[in-house]
Design a protein around this ligand. Structure first.
Ligand code: HEC
Ligand code: HEC
Ligand code: HEC
Ligand code: HEC
Ligand code: HEC
Ligand code: HEC
Length: 432
């Protein structure tokens, strides 16, 4: 498709050149006075007037401009990060260039197969020309997509419009959708699972009864995955408690991701422009002082308060890294992989099912072999178990913690909604 498009453009340009040559052809005889300028050539394909390439193309296509963009982009995490080349089937759509191009074309949730030998996110991932009649909104004419996004969260059933440029970023910077191996077996024999992945039954959170119960099985997750910036920015898809009101819009709701993440480039700090890092110094022009750090500190404190509360309720478990001292919180499963309740005391001889991820890369094809193994073992975590089903309100609180924790802006993308999600979770768990 790309190549076809390139050929088409090349042909279009050549037609333009040929027309120019014809209009300046002269017949034999003495040279007459200079004629008037010819009219612009007509593009044979769509019948529109051609454009002066110097005027319209060189707005962007100067060597200096492209060199600057390349240098800036080389400071971005898209370029420097370690994960922008994950090519497995469930990751490629957001983590590699060819994967992104494929899902834009197919409109599907995942790519057709693993994509070894693919490229990390680069200029052509985000850019592609869809016209040369540059008037008005020129920028969106050079972006790969500006269409509303079919969020993974909704299983691609409805599209959400985040605004033109945002729709490009949000194709990737969205909730990945929690998937799990769908498999059930109680034979107590270890085996390799070839079962398909499916979206978890409690995604998305359409539930309105906070007291309804739910299993939180080993091997499953309510993880939103890194990248749900778009949801917080728009104040959507958090777990919202019945009877509470939520404020979705805020001061900067009208801004594009790029208004902050491609603001003026500062060579000294390596922020702004195509680095995709926010040049925060530029924000003080309006703010007068640093408004971001205090807001982030407030929300971080609330996030920890919620995690500590969930730990006392045995919904979370707190782990302190013995060498670094780093604290982390993880959710504790209520049931094993097959749906058997974990007791809160030791039950000698009792075995519980766990799946462990043993995916390997085939040395012959380079493709990932999905070989999760189902194993059985005694439970050593019984002192941390809650010993009952979770309530939806508890699942929602745990989910809201993850929503804020993995979002990375520490609430800066929508301070009001972030605080409401955390505070309402704290209030509900405390009261129930
Ligand atoms: C608003 C900025 C902008 C303008 C104006 C612009 N381009 Fe581009 N062009 C780009 C970007 C960005 C790329 C992608 C670069 C890449 O992928 O390496 C690109 C890529 C191209 C390519 C490579 C093929 C492709 O689709 O990837 C061609 C050919 C091209 N432009 C021709 C032109 C011509 C001819 C004009 C004027 C009629 C023009 N461009 C005007 C920004 C612009
Ligand atoms: C093709 C998918 C894709 C698109 C489109 C995309 N991103 Fe990303 N973005 C990623 C991935 C994947 C990473 C993580 C890269 C890594 O760590 O290797 C990332 C990382 C980032 C980071 C750094 C986050 C961190 O981990 O600290 C920022 C900031 C960012 N992107 C902003 C943007 C903005 C703004 C846009 C739109 C102009 C955008 N991205 C478009 C996939 C994408
Ligand atoms: C819907 C798009 C999407 C899909 C699908 C996706 N990711 Fe990501 N991932 C992102 C974005 C965007 C980022 C960077 C932004 C961020 O870290 O918040 C990221 C970041 C990461 C990171 C870096 C986190 C860190 O702490 O630095 C890892 C690791 C990762 N992804 C692994 C995976 C794996 C493995 C898969 C497939 C099973 C996958 N991702 C599928 C969008 C996606
Ligand atoms: C993550 C997506 C993304 C990637 C990757 C990306 N760009 Fe862009 N680029 C954008 C967006 C979005 C805009 C529009 C910015 C705006 O005006 O808000 C843009 C604008 C541009 C423009 C026109 C505006 C100008 O200032 O001239 C050029 C040229 C350009 N990019 C070149 C490049 C080149 C070259 C690369 C590779 C080194 C690249 N881009 C990589 C998203 C991207
Ligand atoms: C009002 C300005 C603003 C807008 C608009 C905005 N962001 Fe951010 N973003 C920030 C700030 C501030 C941070 C936190 C940076 C920090 O702590 O250093 C951030 C952090 C991030 C990060 C994590 C980067 C890091 O520092 O690790 C990603 C990824 C990101 N934003 C993506 C997006 C996407 C995608 C959009 C559009 C849906 C968006 N942002 C819209 C201001 C903004
Ligand atoms: C055009 C002026 C303007 C610019 C530029 C601007 N802001 Fe703001 N911002 C405001 C105003 C006005 C408020 C709300 C009033 C207040 O809280 O003082 C605000 C509030 C905020 C808040 C909420 C603060 C709080 O206490 O709740 C955040 C976060 C924020 N801005 C981020 C950013 C970031 C990041 C940038 C730079 C990329 C930025 N803003 C650039 C005008 C601006």
């Amino acid at each position: 498709m790309k190549n076809v498009r390139k050929l088409f453009y090349a042909a279009g340009l050549m037609v333009g050149v040929a027309c120019l040559m014809l209009s300046s052809c002269s017949k034999e005889g003495p040279q007459g006075p200079a004629g008037v300028n010819g009219i612009n050539g007509v593009n044979g394909t769509n019948g529109l007037n051609g454009k002066d390439a110097n005027g319209s193309c060189l707005v962007c296509h100067t060597v200096a401009n492209f060199d600057a963009k390349i240098a800036e982009y080389h400071l971005s995490k898209h370029y420097l990060g370690t994960t922008s080349n994950r090519f497995t089937k469930f990751c490629a759509r957001c983590h590699v260039s060819e994967g992104f191009e494929q899902i834009l074309g197919s409109g599907l949730f995942v790519v057709a197969n693993d994509m070894p030998a693919s490229n990390r996110i680069n200029c052509t991932t985000c850019h592609s020309h869809n016209g040369f009649d540059f008037t008005g909104d020129t920028v969106s004419q050079v972006l790969a997509t500006t269409s509303p996004v079919f969020l993974n969260y909704n299983k691609n059933l409805t599209s959400t419009d985040f605004g033109k440029i945002n729709n490009l970023c949000v194709q990737c910077h969205q909730i990945r959708g929690a998937t799990a191996l769908v498999y059930s077996d109680t034979t107590l024999v270890p085996k390799v699972l070839k079962a398909p992945f499916d979206q978890l039954p409690y995604f998305p959170f359409t539930n309105t009864d906070d007291n309804a119960t739910v299993e939180y099985r080993a091997g499953r997750s309510f993880s939103v995955h890194d990248g749900n910036q778009s949801n917080l920015f728009s104040g959507i898809n958090g777990y919202e408690y019945a009877g509470k009101t939520y404020t979705r819009t805020w001061k900067h709701s009208d801004m594009s991701c790029t208004d902050c993440h491609m603001n003026e480039f500062d060579a000294a700090t390596g922020e702004g422009g195509h680095t995709l890092w926010v040049n925060k110094a530029a924000c003080t022009a309006c703010h007068g002082s640093d408004k971001i750090t205090p807001v982030q500190a407030l929300i971080e404190a609330k996030r920890i308060e919620l995690a500590e509360l969930l730990t006392t309720k045995k919904i979370f478990k707190k782990t302190v890294n013995s060498t670094t001292g780093a604290i982390s919180y993880s959710a504790v499963a209520t049931h094993d992989f097959n749906g058997k309740l974990y007791p809160t005391t030791q039950t000698p001889g009792d075995l519980f099912a766990l799946s462990s991820s043993m995916n390997t890369v085939s040395p012959t094809t380079g493709l990932v072999v999905y070989d999760n193994i189902l194993k059985y073992a005694k439970d050593s975590d019984y002192t941390n178990r809650i010993g009952r089903l979770w309530k939806y309100g508890e699942l929602g609180a745990a989910y809201n913690y993850a929503y804020i924790n993995s979002e990375l802006s520490k609430g800066a993308h929508n301070p009001g909604y972030a605080l409401q999600l955390l505070q309402n979770s704290i209030d509900w768990v405390t009261a129930n």
